[in-house]
Design a protein around this ligand. Structure first.
Ligand code: SF4
Length: 205
């Protein structure tokens, strides 16, 4: 059976950068984090979960991707080709399992002209396959704890770490400032091949 991988076109902050995303609503890791009852865990504030819950056509596409990407290693000739300069992996959703990651790696190998960026709280999965990590894949470690800035990634596989803070935290810690303030395609701090800084700070939405 041929898998159809859906590429999501975004507006707003991600305008101009397409993603290959999965469904946070059926992801066990997302559900566990989302329902943990601790509002210092960023997943309890998850915007993607609310959006995917509300937009049923998007939900159908990302659920299809969840199934397609996590159930089997897709043969290279069935993976999509694209010419995008940048592709974001899991703008919605999170790594489901190792099969999902292998399919992301293979998408990178199949599309060497495209630079791919994966944000994840599951760097341990990537570490297990570090030797296979493509050179056109950047890993952004998502710090799961609000108001606890990491100045460099905890995982050796991650290129940078993304932190979320409250305005009160910035007031109490003036050495930090919000650096995630633009549209991604304009900013590109997370998307550049060179990494001008090891950590990003965003205000909690
Ligand atoms: S720091 Fe820039 S590239 Fe990274 S998420 Fe924020 S706006 Fe996008």
């Amino acid at each position: 059976m041929k898998n159809t991988i859906h590429l999501t076109t975004h507006s707003g902050k991600m305008d101009g950068i397409r993603s290959i995303s999965t469904n946070p609503l059926t992801n066990q890791f997302c559900n566990r984090m989302h329902d943990c009852g601790n509002d210092r865990v960023i997943c309890t504030h998850c915007y993607a979960t609310r959006l995917v819950d509300f937009r049923l056509s998007l939900q159908k596409h990302v659920e299809n991707n969840s199934v397609a990407l996590s159930e089997r290693v897709i043969p290279m000739n069935e993976l999509p080709s694209y010419n995008d300069e940048l592709i974001r992996f899991d703008s919605f959703g999170e790594l489901i399992n190792e099969t999902h990651l292998i399919n992301f790696f293979n998408l990178c190998y199949k599309n060497p002209q495209t630079y791919h960026v994966l944000y994840t709280k599951r760097c341990n999965l990537v570490e297990d396959m570090a030797h296979l990590k493509p050179s056109n894949l950047k890993v952004v470690e998502s710090n799961p704890i609000v108001d606890s800035v990491y100045e460099k990634p905890k995982s050796p596989i991650a290129d940078i770490v993304f932190n979320v803070v409250t305005p009160e935290y910035l007031e109490q810690n003036p050495r930090y400032k919000a650096t995630c303030i633009k549209a991604c395609n304009t900013c590109r701090l997370c998307y550049s091949r060179r990494t001008p800084m090891k950590f990003i700070v965003e205000l909690l939405k």
